[in-house]
Design a protein around this ligand. Sequence first.
Ligand code: FAD
Ligand code: SIN
Length: 533
Amino acid sequence: MLQTDFLVIGSGIAGLTYALKVATACPDKKIIVMTKAAADETNTKYAQGGVAVVNDLENDSFEKHIEDTLIAGDGLCNKNIVEIVVKEGPDRVRELIEWGARFDKEKDGDYKLGKEGGHSEFRIIHHKDITGWEMERALLEAISKQKNIEVIKHCFVIDIITQHHFGYLITKASPDIECYGVYALNLETNRIEKIIAKCTLLATGGNGQVYRTTTNPSIATGDGVAMVYRAKGRIENMEFIQFHPTALYEAGMRGQAFLITEAVRGDGGILRNKNGEAFMERYDPRRDLAPRDIVARAIDSEMKKTGTEHVWLDCRHFTKEKFTEHFPNIYQKCLSIGIDITQHMIPVAPAAHYSCGGIKTDEWGRTTIHNLYACGECSSTGLHGANRLASNSLLEAMVFAHRCFLDVLDRINTISFNESIPDWNARGTTEPREMILITQSLKELQLVMSDYVGIVRNDVRLHRASKRLDLLWEETEQLYQDTSLSPQLLELRNLITVGYLIVKGAAFRKESRGLHFNTDYPDKSNMVQNIVL
Ligand code: FAD
Ligand code: SIN
């Protein structure tokens, strides 16, 4: 058993930013950061484009960034939250720079600014095309200097502990659900441990792995969302899954796909169909830089019309020098598979990228469960509405990590440990006989979600998906009850829960808005606000 004042689940930008702040403000208190993989294996590490933040007040303004975010969000953003994130963003970025993160600069010392879909101005600060790698590096380095932070790697959090674990009946209607810590499977000892905490932050990231192809690494399995749902906390807007328009297409792709950042289009890259036509002008006056939902749908439609598995991103008009100055990593990756971007177009296709919904929080990152906060991609703060504006998520994670920190600081001395928590009950379970029972179900889930709950949906597909998920759920629940736990089984179980929440949200929303497009309701006449499950 471990005991800590502050428990942080997740070592991406959200978890690490919060941990650093708490550790600095409370040098006498202990902080545990727990992660199921290596410390840097996070969505954060793979971020390319950068951080959208207003810093050139001559050409840009908070009002413009707010407006761009609201337009992308297609009527569902919480305006108060949008204003908070945009206006508090610059201070959070300054702190990150003080912790050691480096962003590219012009010769005169100003930050280089990139542009992505939906932005009316150049405002995206970046580190080449590996911004996330640089941010993660800086944060982990700063964390390693804090004596009161312990980073525990390869420890898989299974569930948050609430009154349910003392035998009380907890339902969605229970008014005062409390979090006392978590149960976690230590992947090095294969033992299930309990970690008791006064306050827990979930920063478990996204859920791209519920689809067949995704820009997300394998850790992105929606564990935090599934845990909160099981604990009867509130989850919202799960139907809004963002598909990035331009993942690098490779034949037979499944799992994590390499991203070609939208900043390439910001610098002049042009999407073309099989016939070489720059098709985006037929879909939106903003062409290649329309918001992501529009570009992804346009690509999907072109692929269906021309019967291809990808479209092309044309960068042949760039010189090698110009391209590699901003995108050295993409240049090398393409070259490694035989594509010289100055001579060949890049094959690209949409892939699941970002979850706009998640664990419902208030403006301080508080979830509907006491002493449990959530921030980063696993949360739903109200910033993104029906579609996230590009490069707003790293910013959101930093702003909300700060707000969780401010709130918990006020409260930590009023919370006491609950020390009578029962051990995990693993009696009656046997070793799993065949891993294929898990791996095959995962493949099935990913196929169902990609074929029926992808960029374009309709009621028949959603109904089918729901029936398939029921069966997968039943079979997986049986395995969970009968066999000893493995990370693969836990992730499958969480992904099925996430799939169910996406399907349920999508089925409730009888309109097409932002990232949710249902051909049976192609317009916005049946507006519903946030769908809370
Ligand atoms: P993550 O960084 O994903 O961290 C999640 C952490 O939780 C990991 O440490 C993981 O191991 C841990 N975890 C999860 N489940 C468990 C469990 N059960 N037990 C223990 N630990 C667990 N956004 C932008 O704003 N700008 C960009 O340029 C940009 N580019 C992107 C490019 C790519 C390829 C991808 C995939 C995303 C990009 N995004 C971008 C989105 C952004 O990177 C993510 O939304 C953000 O980094 C999420 O940070 P996070 O801290 O919430 O989660
Ligand atoms: C990208 O670089 O295109 C991704 C940016 C984002 O997801 O915000």
